[in-house]
Structures are given as structure tokens and as C-alpha cells.
Design a protein around this ligand. Structure first.
Ligand SMILES: CC(C)(COP(=O)(O)OP(=O)(O)OC[C@H]1O[C@@H](n2cnc3c(N)ncnc32)[C@H](O)[C@@H]1OP(=O)(O)O)[C@@H](O)C(=O)NCCC(=O)NCCS
Length: 119
């Protein structure tokens, strides 16, 4: 499946760490949000889900002040109630960070339920 552009962010002063690079915790927040936006688009706004797991986070290159970042997502795995979303973050030149998120679809009682997604 072709990755979708989920959203874009620009690195601002308040996002920097003392080394003048994007703070990793902020990047994790943005990637979780990108994965959740993608999952909402897949499931529809009425379906509930939670993040089960964040894995394989790789900070390959730093993001710097003023960098325009593009967040791509695609389905990496389909289980019965769970599904994986791979998130890849690019600056203008290349991929700088990637991670894999697992989500679980929930019913109205908050119990895992079949998500019904197909590739
Ligand atoms: C997600 C949650 C509902 C799963 O509960 P659970 O009792 O493990 O549910 P189940 O045993 O029915 O498993 C649900 C799915 O998670 C998967 N799963 C559960 N534990 C797992 C683990 N340790 N590693 C990988 N997958 C796991 C199961 O394989 C199943 O997927 P499948 O149906 O595709 O095979 C529960 O762990 C939870 O509420 N976690 C907190 C979520 C949260 O607060 N997230 C942050 C805010 S969004």
C-alpha cells in the first residue's frame, strides 16, 4: 500500500532541545498523532481505538530549526483487532525518523473488537 501524507510540521524554537535539535519527545508525540490521524481516517471518526505499542523508533538524522517535516503513514500489519501503522518522517532531503505503531479497535464498552480493515 502506498504511504499517505498525514500532515506536515515546521520545527519552531520551542520544539528544540539544548543541543538545538528537535526534542525527541516532541517527535514521538507528533508521530503518535500522525499514526492516530491515519487510523481515524481508516476506521472512520465514530470508531474508538487505542495505541497498544510504539516500536522500532529510529532517529536516523536530526531535525533542525525551520525544517519542514512531512509525516507519511501506511498499514504495516493487520491482525484481528489490532493493526500496525508505520510512520516515516522526512525533511526536504530524506527520511529522518521512522517508527511502527500498533493500535487496537475498541467497541462501545472499551473491549477489543474486530477492526474489519483490509489492505
Ligand atoms: C489495548 C488493550 C485494550 C488490549 O487489551 P488486551 O486485554 O491485551 O486485549 P486482547 O488480549 O483482546 O488483545 C487485543 C489485541 O492486542 C494484541 N496484543 C495484546 N497484547 C499484546 C502485546 N503485548 N504485544 C503485541 N500485541 C498484543 C493481541 O494480539 C490482540 O490483537 P489481534 O486481535 O490482532 O490478535 C489494553 O492493553 C489497553 O487498554 N492498553 C492501554 C491503551 C492505552 O492506554 N493507550 C494509550 C492511550 S491511546
Amino acid at each position: 500500500m502506498k504511504p499517505s501524507v498525514v500532515y506536515k510540521k515546521i520545527v519552531m524554537f520551542q520544539d528544540l532541545n539544548p543541543a538545538q535539535m528537535l526534542y525527541g519527545g516532541t517527535m514521538l508525540n507528533w508521530m503518535d498523532e500522525a499514526g492516530a490521524i491515519f487510523a481515524t481516517e481508516l476506521l472512520g471518526p465514530e470508531r474508538a481505538f487505542v495505541t497498544l505499542k510504539v516500536s522500532e523508533v529510529l532517529f536516523k538524522h536530526p531535525a533542525k530549526l525551520g525544517d519542514l517535516l512531512t509525516f507519511y503513514a501506511h498499514i504495516s500489519r493487520l491482525g484481528r483487532t489490532s493493526f500496525g501503522v508505520s510512520v516515516s518522517v522526512h525533511n526536504r532531503q530524506r527520511e529522518i525518523v521512522s517508527c511502527d505503531l500498533s493500535f487496537v479497535a475498541l467497541d462501545n464498552e472499551g473491549t477489543p473488537t474486530v477492526h474489519g480493515l483490509t489492505i
